[in-house]
Structures are given as structure tokens and as C-alpha cells.
Design a protein around this ligand. Structure first.
Ligand SMILES: *[C@@H]1O[C@H](CO)[C@@H](O)[C@H](O)[C@H]1NC(C)=O
Ligand SMILES: *[C@@H]1O[C@H](CO)[C@@H](O)[C@H](O)[C@H]1NC(C)=O
Ligand SMILES: [Zn+2]
Length: 254
């Protein structure tokens, strides 16, 4: 009997949190990012095709719904299993699902930046590539992984380091925001994570932490399903349970 009670409470909490999430975008919590006065050119820097759909959909949906210009720079074709060319095409399809114009997606295939665990990516090379992109596209805000990179993948962490290296050397003022990596409990709590995220964002009254709720969680599934070569049962489960499908907490990099 007890377990029925536990499961139904979890289910209720899940559904209640999902409802809060759907209502949340109506209130302007994301003050700094959501500024209606200035349209931003935002560059999302990721390591592999599918990072955008697996981790960043709340951010992408938020930015596009507010009319900001979103560009995606993917630093590898994800060729760890030799499926690089397929995954490249899948990323273009995912961009369509995410309402990011295809010409605003750039995929880099550099011999020194190949997908894989244990493949170290040169931070100055990354900084150089990202700098070229922000100069040619007049980018004024970068969003990327934090120093743990959500899953701890070394390519994600190197991308973070490359962006930070660029941020430190850049003359022009450019805002950098990182996607905060959650502990395992929060990572798999789905929409329930909204309570922690909101509390955490609100405790930073200076606006350095922002909580972005996904207005279109279904779009995350649709986008991820475009990555057919990756869309196996455990990733379906991951997308359903992961808090990154429903909420992104972004922290401003100093
Ligand atoms: C890293 O990349 C930079 C810039 O492309 C290059 O000058 C440097 O030699 C590279 N370092 C290593 C260890 O490959
Ligand atoms: C913002 O507030 C947090 C804690 O509330 C603090 O750690 C951080 O240094 C502050 N940042 C700025 C830029 O004032
Ligand atoms: Zn990745």
C-alpha cells in the first residue's frame, strides 16, 4: 500500500510541476536575458550534434520566442562511431524543429576536434574558431556548457574552456552564460527541478543566475527525435526524465 502512495505522490508532484512550468513563462523571471528592448545575437556553442536538443532546448525556445537571433556553432560532426555525416544532417533537421534558421547553424569538422572520450581539444584553437564566428556574425552573447559540461564529457568541458579563454582575451564586451550542471538527483527529476532552480535563481537577486522554463517541452522530444541515429530507448528515457528537457539554469560568467 505504501508504495502506491509514494508513486502517486511523485506522479502528482511531477504533474503539478509541469503545470507550473507551463505557466511560468507568462511571468518575466528572466529579466536580463529577456530584455525586450534589445534584440540580441546569441551564439550557442556546443560540442556535438544533439547537445542542442538534449540539453539546451529550454534556452533555445526561450530566446526564439522572445525574438532574439539564435545561432548555433557545433564544434564537431560527432564522428565517434563513424556516423558523422549522418549526424550532421540530423542536426540540420533538429534546427528546423527548434525554429532556428538553417543558415544560422555552423558545423565545424576540424581534424584536431574530433568527437570522443579522451580526445583533448586545443583550447586556443577553439577560442580562435569561436572568435571568427562571433566577429563575422556580430554576436553579443555566448551560451555554452559550464566547466563540468552536464554529462562530464571532456569535449563539453573543453568547449567551456575555449569560450572562457576567448572571453578573457576579447577586447569587446561580450556576455557569456554557462549552462549549470546539476547533481544526479536534480538531473533526473524532470520538471520537479523547477523548485530548486527557481529558488536558486531568486537567491541571486543581482541576476547572475537565470532560470529558463521550457514553454514547449514537446518540441524537445521532436528535436531529439530528428537525431535518428541517437534516438535509442535509453536516450528517450533520458529526455523524458532529464531536467534539461524542462528547465535550464544559466549562470553569467565573470
Ligand atoms: C593549439 O592551437 C593553436 C592555435 O591554432 C596553435 O598555435 C598551437 O600550436 C596548438 N597547440 C597544440 C599543443 O597543438
Ligand atoms: C551576485 O550575487 C551572488 C550571490 O548572491 C554573488 O556570489 C556574486 O558575486 C554576485 N555577482 C555580482 C556580479 O555582483
Ligand atoms: Zn555532447
Amino acid at each position: 500500500m505504501a508504495w502506491i502512495l509514494i508513486i502517486s505522490s511523485i506522479l502528482l508532484l511531477w504533474i503539478f510541476s509541469l503545470c507550473i512550468l507551463l505557466l511560468l513563462p507568462r511571468f518575466s523571471f528572466a529579466k536580463h536575458l529577456g530584455s525586450a528592448f534589445r534584440k540580441r545575437n546569441v551564439l550557442l556553442v556546443i560540442a556535438h550534434p544533439d547537445d542542442e536538443s538534449m540539453f539546451f532546448t529550454p534556452t533555445i525556445n526561450f530566446l526564439t520566442s522572445k525574438g532574439h537571433n539564435v545561432q548555433i556553432l557545433c564544434l564537431s560532426i560527432g564522428d565517434a562511431d563513424g556516423k558523422g555525416n549522418i549526424r550532421k544532417k540530423e542536426l540540420f533537421q533538429a534546427c528546423v524543429a527548434l525554429k532556428v534558421p538553417m543558415q544560422q547553424l555552423k558545423i565545424v569538422n576540424h581534424p584536431d576536434l574530433q568527437d570522443g572520450f579522451g580526445k583533448v581539444w586545443n583550447h586556443s584553437l577553439l577560442a580562435k574558431i569561436i572568435e571568427e564566428e562571433i566577429t563575422s556574425c556580430c554576436v553579443d552573447m555566448i551560451i555554452t556548457f559550464d566547466n563540468y559540461g552536464v554529462s562530464g564529457h571532456c569535449n563539453h568541458r573543453d568547449v567551456h574552456c575555449g569560450v572562457c579563454m576567448l572571453h578573457d582575451t576579447l577586447q569587446r564586451d561580450i556576455e557569456v552564460w554557462e549552462l549549470v550542471s546539476n547533481n544526479i538527483l536534480r538531473k533526473y527529476s524532470g520538471p520537479v527541478d523547477i523548485w530548486w532552480s527557481l529558488f536558486w535563481a531568486m537567491s541571486h537577486s543581482n541576476g547572475t543566475v537565470q532560470c529558463l522554463a521550457n514553454e514547449h517541452s514537446r518540441r524537445s522530444f521532436i528535436a531529439m527525435a530528428q537525431h535518428s541515429s541517437q534516438w535509442v530507448w535509453f536516450r528517450k528515457l533520458f529526455v523524458a526524465l532529464s531536467s534539461y528537457t524542462y528547465i535550464n539554469t544559466l549562470r553569467k560568467v565573470k
